[in-house]
Design a protein around this ligand. Sequence first.
Ligand code: NDP
Length: 322
Amino acid sequence: MRAIQVQEVGDPSVLQCVDAPTPEPGAGEARVKIEVAGVNFIDTYHRRGWYPLPLPFTPGVEGAGIVDAVGEGVTEVAVGDAVAYGMQTGSYAEYAIVPSRILVPRPDGVNAQHGAAAMIQGMTAHYLACSTYPLKAGDTCLVHAAAGGTGALLVQIAKLRGARVLGTVSTAEKARIAEAAGADATIRYTEVDFAEAVRDLTDGEGVEVVYDSVGIATFDKSLDCLKPRGYMVLFGQASGVVPTLDPQVLNQKGSLFLTRPTLASHMLTRAELEGRASDVFSWIAEGKLEFRIDRTFPLEDAEGAHTYLEARQTKGKVLLTT
Ligand code: NDP
């Protein structure tokens, strides 16, 4: 089979397409014939060695396709099922071995593209808005990179929950995309002081929660956007890693809460995984959640997909097709 392999960490050119043996599923595993692999920022952290994986490895933590073979003891899926999954490395390939407990059947109305896009970015937006800080009517939130893959979904789910949404973006085109997703106001954070803009937009009060996936470039100012006892939700580092923090800062800025969540700890049981996926898939099928597929690259051009993502170009989901 064709698979992307990283033999040494580095820039996008380390993503080489190789011929690899088609893998066999073991007990509790299924082999998925990948139709579409989702490209996520975390793949760039793996490729760079920021989140180290044993070398060599096949990147990609999100995929959708058809179950092609199952190992012993698999009960959740059967050969021929249309499935999607997230949080298992190895989806940049024609076939992937996946523990069957994390495979989710795709209902009618959810195609492979949407399935692949839903399992990391959709599920992340879900847990952020529904679990980490469960938004409610009357809340105002700030979503950074609001036109990005995860950002635009978070904006939509925040609106479904009745919150007011302020979104930061780097360009006028991205502002239009975030507003189309439902943002009540957008802030061009590359041009203006976004903390001041948030104060202006909230009559000086600040927001209940900041969802920050940008990291070092936004972290300090994000703290200044919060109301007393507000929630700082740092869930990514697209601009770089946030350095160590003195907890006293949280006291000085108004008894703030700080969390650094990850999807893995929000799909701990089969019931939790199925519950979140069911919400996301139903919202897709009912037309309440729109997945904007931005660019699709052939598997062989994973390098192009990463270059695009890191050049700050994304305006929705980036996919690889086999
Ligand atoms: P996006 O499509 O959102 O792309 C990242 C966006 O970040 C860009 O479009 C850009 O928007 C903004 N950005 C700001 N500074 C930079 C920079 N220096 N380089 C590149 N982009 C920059 O990607 P994803 O939706 O895949 O991921 C978004 C974030 O969410 C990532 O940080 C990722 O790690 C995190 N994440 C975390 C998860 C978790 O559970 N903790 C799970 C999934 C994703 P703009 O141009 O408008 O600034």
